[in-house]
Write a protein that binds this ligand. Structure first.
Ligand SMILES: [Zn+2]
Length: 508
């Protein structure tokens, strides 16, 4: 009989070696999205396929099951929130899920989603929902089968899918949180959309030199606390953040010369993700103790820096002079003008271009639709009509085509069902965290106004980052803020935003 500590050491060595392979694959993917020559694509796909096969084999290695079983009753597992105890609990959870799914189903899903994404690209381009419909039907049927294998007592099928992205989240909790949010947002957006509350003209029109944008964005990322000795900022088509090792975090954005804000806000968002990764305990790299708590918690970190910091008056009191040094066309812009312009509220059709207030309704629509698709009360044939009806009801606008309606997102074609809600959960967590940080750091806003961001970053490190996956996401937020998860702080934050806008326009 092996000692528990010896078993743990073997398990640890095994997962650390898997992490070496995973980070190598991530490096190849980062390269694929930054500067890989076109003709390298085929060989790169072979490299990634080989690595992902090796990674999958290691993750489902029966040895892991044996080690975890031996550790389950040991003293090492007795502290469920200690780094080792939590790692054992999370690895058990992940391993159980892996082994419940037969390889044939995993392969079928991989094939259907690969074909599904290709079909989606074409269908969106040609505005032809009918050609995508059989693919979506197939994907839904496979993910229902998957959910039936993963479902535990007291869970619905949709819960089983959701639980893969946000541990412990359930449809019953989310429906309650989301319907409160929807009931508050619909009238708020109606008010914000009134012509008297819209800024008359844009103070951010014109062209913005790309090199100056790069320089400002990098400088801002550095000032808020992204550590460039352990990370890089690069450019790509769709902004993202990836981790290539315990001390190697990459953030990526894109700049447009006709937009002052899109590149910078891409950086604020991705730096929020990147600083979370940089704050995870490097000594546990490769184990759940150094992994992000969930997608929702990850998104809370990016949204906090992007929306609660980056869109605030205090941030622009500090940042505007630095932007004006680089862009002559901002010389006449005042802080209130800048803040009002960046905080425009306007219902629009495309989720990824939506403002902070309307964004969540895009998510709630998708959540309600995918719940109905999974439980069978909505057919794929009726999906476009139902999509349009909800846009009209909630946002007061009607998609002009399926391409800018039901076909706009890649998620469902990639099999990502149960994923969308984590975006709005992230916004709820961010509002709760910012409120709690303001309570704990009384001069937080005065600090932001002078470009002093370290107190906020340290607060997030102490309460969120250091814990990795040691607590379930909602328990972690509750522990950090002292409150159970609610939509009220987000509602209050968005409400203040809309009210201050209408107040400002009445005065002007
Ligand atoms: Zn994000």
């Amino acid at each position: 009989m092996m000692e528990a500590s010896e078993t743990w050491n073997r398990l640890l060595a095994h997962v650390r070696e898997t992490a070496l392979l995973e980070s190598t694959a991530a490096m190849l993917e980062w390269d694929e999205h930054t500067g890989m020559p076109v003709q390298a694509a085929e060989y790169r796909a072979e490299q990634l396929m080989l690595l992902s096969g090796m990674i999958h084999q290691r993750r489902t290695d029966p040895k892991i099951g044996e080690w975890l079983k031996a550790l389950a009753d040991s003293s090492l597992a007795s502290e469920p929130n200690s780094p080792i105890g939590a790692s054992i609990r999370c690895m058990r959870r992940d391993y159980d899920k892996h082994v419940r799914l037969p390889e044939s189903l995993v392969k079928q899903i991989a094939k259907a989603t690969s074909l599904g994404q290709q079909a989606w690209v074409l269908a969106r381009k040609e505005n032809a929902f009918q050609s995508f419909r059989p693919h979506l039907e197939e994907i839904l049927s496979l993910r229902r089968q998957e959910a039936d294998l993963l479902v535990d007592e007291g869970m619905t099928r949709y819960d089983a899918l959701l639980d893969q992205y946000e541990e412990g989240a359930r449809i019953s909790t989310l429906s309650d949180l989301f319907s409160r949010l929807r009931d508050a947002l619909v009238p708020l957006i109606h008010e914000a959309s009134l012509p008297k509350n819209q800024p008359h003209s844009s103070c951010l029109a014109g062209l913005f030199d790309l090199d100056q944008q790069r320089s400002l964005s990098r400088w801002v990322a550095e000032q808020i606390g992204f550590d460039f000795s352990r990370g890089r900022l690069d450019e790509t088509e769709h902004p993202f953040c990836t981790t290539l090792g315990p001390h190697d975090h990459r953030i990526l954005t894109r700049y447009h010369s006709d937009s002052f804000s899109s590149g910078l806000f891409g950086v604020l968002h991705e730096a929020g993700h990147g600083m979370y990764e940089q704050g995870l305990p490097a000594e546990w790299y490769g184990t759940p103790a150094a992994a992000a708590a969930s997608l929702g918690v990850h998104e809370s970190q990016s949204r906090l820096w992007e929306n609660h910091v980056g869109l605030s008056r205090e941030f622009w009191q500090w940042c505007l002079p630095h932007a004006q040094e680089r862009f002559t066309n901002l010389q006449q812009v005042t802080v209130p003008q800048m803040v009002k312009e960046l905080n425009r509220v306007e219902p629009s059709l495309i989720r990824i271009e939506a403002d902070e207030v309307t964004y969540n309704l895009h998510i709630l629509i998708r959540f309600e639709l995918e719940v109905d698709l999974i439980n069978g009360s909505l057919s794929v044939a009726d999906l476009p009509e139902e999509w349009n009806r909800k846009y009209q009801d909630y946002l007061g606008i009607m998609p002009t085509s399926d391409a800018v309606g039901v076909l706009q997102d890649v998620h469902w074609s990639a099999g990502l069902i149960g994923y969308f809600p984590t975006y709005t959960l992230g916004n709820m967590y961010a509002a709760m965290l910012f409120d709690a940080a303001e309570r704990d750091i009384p001069d937080l806003k005065a600090r932001i106004q002078i470009g002093s961001f370290l107190p906020l970053l340290e607060w997030l490190r102490d309460r969120i980052h250091v814990y990795g996956r040691r607590y379930a996401p909602m328990a972690l937020i509750e522990k950090a803020t002292g409150h159970s998860v609610t939509s009220q702080p987000l509602i209050d934050h968005l409400d203040r935003k809309v009210r201050s806008r209408s107040g400002a326009s009445e005065r002007s």
